[in-house]
Design a protein around this ligand. Structure first.
Ligand code: HEC
Length: 252
């Protein structure tokens, strides 16, 4: 009976006290969060506090396709963020984003210029769960977009994955044409090999690495053994056509 009482007590205590504490404990953004921007071989890290003192914060409102509701964010214009770091370097072809969980993604500067309504949010003013950014769930996992969430105010950009990276810790601006050249096939390789490489660098490299170049959400595909040495063609064909839903597939 004592146990029943304990549980009842716990229940009351938890709901009456903890939930009221929680509902008042709104987490304002951590001003010491940092963003590193690298331009070719030059690198600079700023805290959110430093960014706030140098940039105008805008309150942006739009329909968010993940939360499926109207959201308000405190955000910097992404072009303004780039300005602190001297803007896009001459000839830059890609903007790379590295996230805290190992997701690496890129955006072509061409796409960026076509839809320049891009923002770097640091606070979700509509967050209902007490976090700076409301967490969202996918396939049983919970994601926190903190500290920086790259957003497009135009939800039409959401049809392609990889375009709304969250939990960003680093942005890289590279002027080299093919940043993955180190793993590119040799110029005298067959057309098939080159086309496979293009598919890989357009679709898979954000999550998978080859010789440690690329993302690290999914397994490395060449070290210590190439994937084709331990998975047969049948498995690979089936997996690539219809992968088991992986946790970032439709969310960023
Ligand atoms: C959004 C991230 C993501 C993208 C993009 C992605 N993968 Fe994956 N992939 C994963 C994750 C995570 C796993 C591990 C899943 C598991 O073990 O349940 C995985 C597993 C695999 C496996 C199985 C590895 C093994 O050891 O069994 C293969 C093969 C694979 N991916 C190939 C690809 C290819 C080819 C592409 C591009 C066409 C691709 N993936 C794109 C995240 C991704």
């Amino acid at each position: 009976m004592k146990l029943v009482r304990l549980f009842k007590l716990l229940h009351t205590f938890y709901f009456v006290f903890c939930s009221s504490i929680l509902s008042h404990a709104y987490a304002s953004p951590d001003l010491s969060s940092t963003l590193t921007v690298s331009k070719n071989d030059h690198q600079q890290t700023l805290t959110l506090e430093q960014m706030k003192s140098q940039l105008t914060t805008h309150e942006i409102i739009f329909y968010h396709p993940i939360y499926k509701d109207q959201r308000r964010y405190n955000a910097f214009k992404f072009v303004d963020v780039l300005k602190i770091y001297g803007g896009l370097p001459e000839g830059a072809k890609h903007i790379f984003f590295s996230s805290i969980d190992g997701y690496n993604t890129s955006l072509t500067t061409k796409a960026f210029k076509q839809h320049s309504n891009a923002w770097l949010a640091y606070e979700d003013l509509t967050s209902k769960d007490g976090n700076t950014f409301e967490l969202f769930e996918r396939q049983g996992k919970s994601f926190d977009p903190s500290p920086f969430y790259f957003l497009w105010k135009d939800p039409d950009t959401y049809h392609e994955i990889i375009k709304w990276p969250f939990a960003i810790k680093e942005i890289k601006l590279e002027s080299i044409k093919d940043p993955y050249a180190v793993i590119a096939p040799k110029p005298n390789s067959t057309k098939k090999v080159k086309s496979g490489y293009k598919i890989f660098s357009d679709n898979c490299i954000f999550c998978h690495s080859i010789n440690l170049t690329g993302g690290n959400i999914g397994p490395e595909l060449n070290l210590p053994m190439n994937i084709t040495e331990y998975r047969n063609d049948k498995f690979l064909r089936a997996w690539i056509r219809n992968p088991e839903p992986s946790f970032r597939t439709d969310i960023s």
